[in-house]
Design a protein around this ligand. Structure first.
Ligand code: APR
Length: 317
């Protein structure tokens, strides 16, 4: 059976970590593409030379030619500028739209059967554009945002409660912006509601709510917190890990339920826009969008987030 092939478009900070994670997990052979000559070649050579130490055995090829992505099963796109301090993700739309258009044309021509996972920001607009230009089915063009936003939320909950991150379940919905919707009601530690644990810890509903509100706020602004610290770019380890979880679920047909930026056609009352919702990811890409009920407060937050996505995406037209 042929080995799987993963093409990574963009060989910058996230692209380099993606290549290393693909290799360490032996997900398949890796092609790392960038327009900068030498960058993807150098990173692939560097990672390959770690293989005897780490004990992985995959082919890694750095390239400046789209022809090399031919036959890719999964393509992950990080091409585009990252944020600098003081910038919102939306500030990147103009420059990254041009980059995304050329990238999507390359994917369409050379990897027409691939599943595409977009990471480039502003995410909700970039994944929309990528699907439009490739013309691929919606089930094959998805965006990574929710896995990362949820992981950030779960990290803060674990730290607050002093428990392992492995036992925390938390999810965010909506767009990949400051209006995202961290789902407080469904956050749990091994099934025990986080709000109950906070109430027991602090002895009052008010204080528990105050602590949770702070974690929700930190989750919404978590990308900017990293940007402010790094000063020269945005987060790259955690976005790479998040996209790898999605790619692995597709490549291995794991059918994991992951928050995915997916094209909605009536689900959650949204029609014709990419928005973050839980999806089953398997060998067919998005195999199912999982709907569930939101209470009035959650629905209001979702509506606000969707409105922000709509105004961003409509500005592309
Ligand atoms: N085709 C391919 N690659 C390109 C193109 C293009 N047309 N234009 C730029 N690139 C490459 C750059 O050469 C660079 O190596 O994209 C890479 C982006 O890498 P970084 O600048 O290090 O950015 P990174 O931190 O990896 O983030 C990439 O993901 O999370 C988002 O907001 C982030 O939009 C940004 C993207």
């Amino acid at each position: 059976m042929a080995r799987k092939k993963i093409a990574l478009i963009g060989g910058g900070q996230i692209g380099g970590v993606l290549a290393q994670l693909c290799a360490l997990r032996e997900l398949g052979d890796v092609v790392l593409f960038d327009i900068v000559e030498g960058l993807p070649q150098g990173k692939c050579l560097d990672i390959a030379e770690a293989s005897p130490v780490d004990g992985f055995d995959v082919c890694l090829k750095g390239t400046n030619s789209y022809e090399d992505i031919a036959g890719a099963d999964v393509v992950i796109v990080t091409a585009g500028l990252p944020r600098k301090p003081g910038m919102s993700r939306d500030d990147l739309i103009e420059v990254n739209s041009k980059i995304m258009t050329s990238v999507a044309e390359g994917i369409k021509q050379y990897a027409p059967n691939a599943f595409v996972i977009v990471i480039s920001n502003p995410l909700d607009a970039m994944v929309t554009l990528c699907q439009k230009v490739t013309g691929f089915p919606y089930s094959r063009v998805i965006g990574q945002a929710g896995v990362l936003d949820s992981a950030r939320f779960a990290t803060f909950i674990a730290w607050e409660l002093g428990v392992s991150v492995k036992d925390v379940t938390a999810m965010t919905l909506g767009g990949h912006g400051d209006d995202m919707v961290p789902l407080v009601r469904y956050a749990s530690v091994n099934g025990i509601p986080v709000m109950e644990l906070l109430e027991r810890k602090y002895g009052s509903k008010e204080k528990a709510k105050e602590v949770m509100d702070a974690m929700v706020n930190r989750t919404r602004l978590a990308g900017g917190e990293v940007v402010a610290l790094l000063k020269t770019g945005s987060a790259f380890y955690s976005p790479a890990s998040s996209a790898i979880a999605m790619a692995e679920s597709i490549l291995k047909d794991q059918k994991r339920v992951l928050p995915t930026c997916a094209y909605l056609q009536g689900e959650f009352g949204v029609n014709g826009y990419y928005v973050g919702v839980p999806c089953v990811l398997g060998e067919k890409g998005i195999e199912k969008i999982i709907e569930f009920s939101l209470d009035a407060e959650e629905q209001a937050m979702m509506d606000k987030s969707v409105a922000a996505v709509k105004s961003l995406v409509d500005s592309l037209k």
